[in-house]
Design a protein around this ligand. Structure first.
Ligand SMILES: [Zn+2]
Length: 380
């Protein structure tokens, strides 16, 4: 037994009201607010489609199970989703909750915008201060991006920033470089950046252009200008790139995003670059072995990987978050698991350097110095 708690660094609790109407084409999001239609899609329709998928040559046999589980959760409210998430993990676990701003996806109207979504998350964080670690979703194209961020941090105690470049901007967008990142540096705030070729892209661009916005190479200029900014490349490049990496013998041309990220970390130049295992590894068991090898064979990478599940994007109807996370924990073994689920998240979230941790009875050096100063002040 140990006294560590699990940090899940990547989870969502947003609802269908935060999705644009054409998130699932053509207008499935508003149609599914009609309960009988949802039942038909979640049960008889899913069974038929599952059977057709099962006899088809396609390799993603779980697609409709995943879609059904997603639809079911998206029609519960945020508090219910949070409760379900908490119940899947041991008591005391903590969760980074990432809102999603789909306004610029160009996929139709949204019932509840990002401001309402942030407000609800702030309220849940107030109710569960030991459990919820709220992040703000910042889209640099919003005119009031910095003001939104400042309010969320100063008024509501948010702890991090999420960006989603495949929605149509690069991580070195001028507003991020000149306003958002400097504020984050001042306030010691970490960044979570979507880094995979997933299904959420700006709809008015071709997919390849949207994917390119999230390419790991775009972070080099950010890290050179802000070397102390802690950046997590969510999804570790994504399952497509992991599959490409696994299936390509010899030199890869172009190199997989997985290889690009590993090279950035191995270069030793970017001390504050992290990745999380959400979705890519959590939900694709064929990637467990490669992650185990990376963690055991490469000490530099072992220090930079964070546990995250992408709840509820990867659940299936009969393969819940609980089983998904237990499977990964079993594959990694206890030592590696606690490294990615506790040690590394603390370093990422709080910015404690290794040499500062676990000395002076759990206080970090800066806290010790501050306390000594206060005591001196009291004496004098
Ligand atoms: Zn996610």
């Amino acid at each position: 037994m140990n006294d560590k708690v699990i940090y899940n660094c990547h989870a969502h609790i947003f609802t269908n009201k935060n999705l644009p109407n054409r998130f699932i084409r053509p207008y499935i999001v508003p149609a599914l607010r009609f309960t009988p239609l949802r039942w038909i899609l979640n049960y008889p329709f899913r069974w038929i489609l599952n059977f057709l998928l099962w006899i088809s040559p396609l390799d993603d046999h779980g697609y409709f199970d995943r879609l059904s589980a997603f639809i079911k959760t998206a029609h519960q409210d945020e508090a219910e989703n949070l409760k379900n998430l908490i119940d899947y993990y041991p008591e005391g676990s903590r969760f980074v909750i990432l809102p999603m701003d789909f306004e610029y996806m160009r996929a139709g109207n949204i019932k509840e915008d990002i401001v309402q979504q942030h407000d609800k998350l702030a309220e849940l964080a107030r109710q569960h201060p030991e459990v919820v670690i709220p992040f703000a979703h910042i889209d640099p194209r919003r005119g009031d991006a910095l003001k939104m961020l400042v309010d969320l941090f100063d008024e509501h105690g948010f702890k991090g920033v999420k960006i989603y470049p495949t929605l149509g901007y690069k991580p070195n967008h001028p507003t991020l470089m000149n306003e958002i990142y400097p504020y984050m540096m001042k306030k010691n705030i970490p960044l979570m950046a979507h880094c995979s070729k997933g299904s959420v892209n700006i709809r008015t661009w071709c997919k390849e252009d949207a994917y390119d916005c999230a390419h790991p190479r775009h972070y080099v200029s950010v890290m050179k200008k802000y070397p102390d900014l802690r950046i997590c490349l969510a999804h570790f490049g994504g399952n497509r790139e992991w599959k490409y990496h696994r299936d390509t013998p010899g030199d890869q041309n172009p190199p997989s995003w997985l290889r690009c990220i590993c090279e950035l970390i191995n270069s030793g130049q970017f001390d504050n670059l992290y990745v999380d295992v959400s979705h890519t590894i959590m939900n694709y068991r064929e990637n467990h072995a490669l992650l185990c090898v990376l963690l055991e064979a490469n000490p530099k990478i072992a220090k930079k990987v964070l546990f995250g599940s992408d709840f509820y994007a990867g659940e299936k109807m009969k393969y819940t978050e609980k089983m998904i996370s237990i499977d990964l924990r079993h594959a990694l073994g206890e030592e590696s698991f606690w490294k990615i689920a506790y040690d590394n998240p603390i370093a990422y979230l709080e910015g404690k350097k290794e040499e500062d941790q676990d000395i002076f009875g759990g206080l970090i050096v800066s806290e010790v110095l501050q306390r000594a100063k206060e005591q001196n002040a009291e004496v004098s």
